[in-house]
Design a protein around this ligand. Structure first.
Ligand code: UDX
Length: 442
């Protein structure tokens, strides 16, 4: 059955969720306080890079099934509401900034004059949903008829459309003892996905909130585990990529997220592990997650290591060394530079006095806003021109498939640091390059 759905927040999560809900057959209204963003979305334009999303958005804007507004009262008429606003790290603190989520509830709840279910999708500190559920009941003119449930999102940037339409599981947290219509409504919203046999776990609110942060904490830990092993490989001459292949064949371990390199970044993993620790501390169980501080530190150490490696390759002299940094986005197929290891490394090199030139196929605009003093180039060739050292910092396909013999002619000195262990090392070495991986060929 087709429902009317509103989605509050139109960033990576909200815009993708709104388009995804339209694709599932619902009539959707996307809401944001940012007028410029809403105008662009209403014209069918996606204000960020996400493969497949522009096509999906345009399809449903054109069909009339998907609209955008800054007017929350228009959206309040929907049967179902999703909260997809950001929960960034607070300035100078580890905790998550909840003001955008709270603002949605403060705006929406007083407008609810007919029964409605609000599904929170944003990543929040455990305990938030119970607090908001009570607030909704208190503020909504319909009182108990306005329900709040938690339905965390697990989408990855670069695969956001796929992850929204074909998730590997759906999780719904409902208020124990006050179960209302939320589960039945969620089953209607996701009927197509559930019809394919997708696992659907109904939990209490706290479990649903914790599922999300635990998943991200686990992924971050897996990456930092292999990066810690990479540090050992570097001093013993072992090869972390072969090691990861070998342990990854054990089904209990698995090869995914054992990619050693510059480490994790982005708008989720770093801030989520910090907010999780902060929340554990507030709950008096900080020790339980103290290992996440180590996970964070291992991760940040990789950036420092890469900068030192560049300096060594430049003959110990950073000042004036010409360094080509390939990649600025936190991962390929994204233009997101939030907490990007690639851009952070470029910034550190720049501050240390290196003559840095950066090229990224999609993230230039966002990266320039963070580092206006770094020269960003329009092509890989321009960045490589005359370089003493090349650093591959994001594993874009364009870099992985570059011809080492052809690009050798562009640089001053054929030295490459593969910060993502993504290049065919033997080919580069054969073509005359001095090749350095992270945790291999050190
Ligand atoms: C992540 C989670 O995967 C997703 O489920 C959640 O909803 C949001 O956070 P995302 O931030 O899009 O998604 O990126 P992800 O693909 O998880 O990568 C995170 C970071 O880890 C990237 O910087 C990536 O380069 C790095 N990474 C990933 C590694 O360093 N090694 C790996 O093996 C895998």
């Amino acid at each position: 059955m087709s429902l009317t759905v509103s989605v509050f927040g139109t960033g990576y999560l909200g815009a993708t969720h709104a388009a995804g809900m339209a694709e599932l057959g619902h009539t959707v209204i996307g809401v944001d306080v940012d007028e410029a963003k809403i105008e662009r979305l209403a014209r069918g334009e996606v204000p960020f890079y996400e493969p497949g999303l522009p096509e999906l958005l345009r399809k449903h804007v054109d069909s009339g099934r998907l609209r955008f507004t800054t007017d929350a009262s228009e959206a309040a008429q929907a049967d179902v509401h999703f909260i997809g606003v950001g929960t960034p790290q607070k300035k100078g603190e580890n905790a998550a900034d909840m003001r955008f989520v709270d603002a949605v509830i403060d705006t929406l709840a007083p407008l609810l004059t007919r029964p409605a279910v609000i599904f929170g999708k944003s990543t929040v500190p455990v305990g938030t949903a119970a607090r908001l559920a009570a607030k909704v009941r208190e503020l909504a003119p319909v009182g108990d008829q306005a329900e709040l449930a938690w339905n965390p999102e697990f989408l990855r940037e670069g695969f956001a459309v796929e992850d929204t339409l074909r998730p590997d599981r759906l999780v719904l947290g409902v208020e124990k003892g006050r179960e209302g219509r939320a589960e039945a409504v969620a089953r209607e919203v996701y009927a197509e996905i559930l019809g394919r046999g997708t696992p659907f776990l109904v939990t209490d609110l706290a479990t649903a909130e914790l599922v999300k942060v635990s998943a991200n904490a686990f992924l971050a830990t897996k990456i930092s585990f292999i990066n810690a092993i990479a540090e050992i490989c570097e001093v013993t001459g072992a090869d972390v990529a072969q090691l990861a292949d070998a342990i990854g064949y054990d089904e209990r371990i698995g090869r995914k997220f054992l990619g050693a390199g510059l480490g994790f970044g982005g708008g989720c993993l770093p801030k989520d592990i910090r907010a999780f620790q902060a929340r554990a501390g507030e709950l008096g169980v900080g020790d339980a997650l103290s290992f996440l501080r180590e996970v964070d530190e291992i991760n940040l150490r990789r950036r420092e290591h890469v900068v030192n490696l560049v300096e060594t390759c430049a003959g110990g002299q950073m000042k004036g060394a010409k360094v080509a940094v390939l990649g600025a986005a936190f991962k390929p197929n994204s233009d997101d530079v939030r907490d990007s290891p690639a851009l952070d490394a470029a910034g550190r090199l720049h501050l240390a006095g290196a003559d840095v030139k950066v090229y990224d196929p999609q993230a230039r605009h966002n990266a320039e806003a963070v580092w206006p003093t770094i020269p960003f180039k329009d092509s890989m060739a321009e960045a490589l021109e005359g370089a003493d050292v090349v650093l591959v910092a994001t594993e874009w396909q364009e870099f992985r498939e570059a011809d080492p013999a052809a690009v050798a002619g562009l640089v001053a000195s054929p030295k490459i640091i593969d910060g993502r262990n993504c290049l065919p090392a033997e080919k580069w070495i054969e073509a005359g390059w001095e090749y350095h991986g992270l945790g291999r060929f050190a």
